[in-house]
Design a protein around this ligand. Structure first.
Ligand code: GLU
Length: 422
């Protein structure tokens, strides 16, 4: 796996945006607004380590746009986090919410560090201190963080607790929806943990149905076996598809007979990575990417499908569980080679869709069951899928550009309705 973000992903976002904006002749005034982020906050903050020494950390929150609703987007813990990555991720969130028509804008946050090198109590203090530094730059009706790479429901519970603890006493109970992706007992939604992987699977099944492709005979490979990669694999299992290869930061494994996603999930929980999984062979990164499978699910970091790797892929479909796994050269090569693509801003929108359901349940003091959550998620993501498919046909566009077109048209309409203050 390519470890660090080699290219500036924010440049990729700008190219993607300009391409779609040109095609639909986006109003030049609205284009100026959407081409920039609204707010960018950088925090340097001290945290006491277990050994009593102080370490300084750098954290970010970028808010791209909130014309459709409160800023919304995850929080990432990774050494590769920097301002351009967070700008890119925040901007993609705006498009994502617009495509699936949920009343949120786009934001993203991150802290530049590798949590693997810190103890649980250090990670708790880093999280709490960052949340305290964010202060009222987040809020249940203003900007709502959620999990992303290397963050989970425990991190969200600490964020909620810290945020609530700094509020006046009479407001503390009314702010549960300041973060989503919480543990179910602490106000989370059933089905949020698997939601991104579930959305990836719903979009793949929709593609298969429309392409007359038999999922029982499908083979696939996954890059990244965190929340998205492992859930997508486990949820594909009942449809009979065979997982052939998986790569994560510990290495790549392959098995022609198939890898059991449930057993691999357990192995990763016990050992911290896919390496050493029984009944599989280790291969190198280039070999893994070149294997002949039907579906590739990149579910790790950005810039994995590039001018270097796109020509080597032997797949029919790429379903982007990660944000930004394909750069613009990669996109062009996939199109030339006739490889289908479900773009990130549609394919991985299941996470933010169920975040919206969690937020609604908190506001209404309701608890939905899994059937209700999954049913509503399916409806929302497939509505987005159908709009993108229509735009592909109307504009003879590739799927990513069509997804942008759906988002930009919605945002343009709202700006035209509301006008610009004053
Ligand atoms: N981090 C996820 C994403 O990139 C989820 C964001 C959210 O639920 O707000 O879509």
């Amino acid at each position: 796996m390519e470890g660090k973000t080699q290219l500036n992903v924010y440049e990729t976002v700008k190219k993607q945006f300009n391409k779609a904006a040109d095609i639909i002749h986006l109003d030049p005034e609205i284009r100026k607004i959407l081409a920039m982020t609204m707010n960018e906050i950088v925090f340097n903050f001290p945290v006491k380590m277990d050994n009593g020494k102080i370490e300084m950390f750098t954290g970010y929150r970028v808010q791209h746009n909130n014309v459709l609703g409160p800023f919304k987007g995850g929080l990432r813990f990774h050494p590769g986090v920097d301002i351009n990555e967070v700008r890119a991720l925040a901007t993609w969130m705006t498009w994502k919410s617009a495509i699936v028509n949920i009343p949120f804008g786009g934001a993203k946050g991150g802290i530049q560090f590798d949590p693997a090198n810190y103890s649980k109590s250090e990670i708790e203090r880093i999280t709490r201190r960052f949340t305290f530094a964010l202060g009222t730059n987040i809020g249940p009706e203003y900007d709502i963080p959620a999990p992303d790479v290397n963050t989970n429901s425990q991190i969200m519970a600490w964020m909620l607790d810290t945020y609530a603890s700094t509020m006046p006493a009479h407001e503390r109970q009314a702010c549960t929806h300041v973060v989503t992706g919480k543990p179910v007992e602490a106000g989370g939604s059933i089905g949020r943990d698997k939601a991104t992987g579930q959305g990836v699977v719903f979009t793949i099944l929709q593609w298969a149905e429309e392409a007359n492709f038999d999922m029982k005979k499908a083979t696939y490979m996954v890059q990244g076996f965190g929340n998205v990669g492992s859930w997508a694999s486990r949820l594909l299992k009942p449809y009979g598809a065979t997982l052939i290869a998986v790569e994560d930061k510990t290495g790549a494994i392959i098995s022609e007979h198939g890898i059991d996603p449930d057993a691999l999930t357990e192995h990763v929980q016990n050992t911290g990575g896919v390496k050493g999984f029984a009944d599989s062979e280790e291969v190198d990164h280039d070999t893994m990417l070149a294997i002949d499978v039907d579906i590739f699910i990149p579910a790790a970091l950005e810039n994995q499908i590039t001018a270097k790797t796109a020509p080597t892929l032997n797949v029919k479909l790429i379903a982007e569980g990660a944000n930004g796994p394909t750069d613009t050269d990669g996109d062009r090569i996939l199109q030339e080679r006739g490889i289908d693509l479900l773009p990130d801003i549609l394919c991985n929108a299941g996470g933010v869709i169920v975040s919206y359901f969690e937020w609604l349940q908190n506001k209404r003091s309701e608890f939905w069951d899994l059937a209700e959550v999954d049913g509503k998620l399916h409806k929302k993501i497939i509505q987005g899928y159908e709009l993108v498919r229509e735009a592909v046909r109307e504009f003879h566009a590739d799927w990513r550009t069509a997804a942008y077109i759906v988002a930009l048209r919605r945002l343009e309409t709202v700006y035209k309705d509301r006008g610009i203050f004053p």
